[in-house]
Design a protein around this ligand. Structure first.
Ligand SMILES: [Cu+2]
Length: 141
């Protein structure tokens, strides 16, 4: 009987050590990827964006919906804050963030990955529209 108990205790200890080895020393979890977000920008013939500012986290998947509620065509690009909105063109779009041209009443969307932290701007590059007010601030944290 004594021999059996010793054997059981030994087996229990071996099992416990194996269990702790499997659980212990685990690496810290990888940094959590932020959940994707969708932001709708309404453009109108008043050359105004709604909203006029937006934000995302670096590395976040951002879906931009351009909802053109006007009659004129509009587009939406993400550009460096160094770009002069008045002369911005599609070539200023960063990270492939160019939704394209939505005709009056049309909706267009695009998904891109938010770049490194910084302050960017979003611009409608149709001639005269940014000067008229179709420019906003996009902050990446
Ligand atoms: Cu526009």
């Amino acid at each position: 009987m004594k021999k059996l108990n010793t054997t059981l205790i030994f087996l229990f200890l071996v099992g416990a050590v194996a269990f702790l080895a499997a659980c212990g020393g685990s690496e810290p979890p990888p940094p959590e990827k932020p959940d994707p977000i969708t932001i709708t920008f309404v453009g109108t013939d008043d050359f105004a964006w709604d909203p006029v500012s937006a934000s995302a986290q670096s590395g976040q998947e951002v879906t931009v919906i351009l909802d053109n509620q006007g009659a004129l065509e509009h587009n939406w690009i993400l550009a460096s804050s160094a770009v002069d909105p008045a002369t911005a063109s599609d070539a200023d779009a960063l990270f492939g963030a160019n939704v394209g041209y939505a005709q009056g009443g049309e909706t267009k969307e695009l998904t891109f990955t938010a770049p490194g932290p910084g302050t960017y701007q979003f611009i409608c590059t149709v001639a005269g529209h940014a000067s008229g007010g179709m420019v906003g601030t996009f902050v990446v944290e």
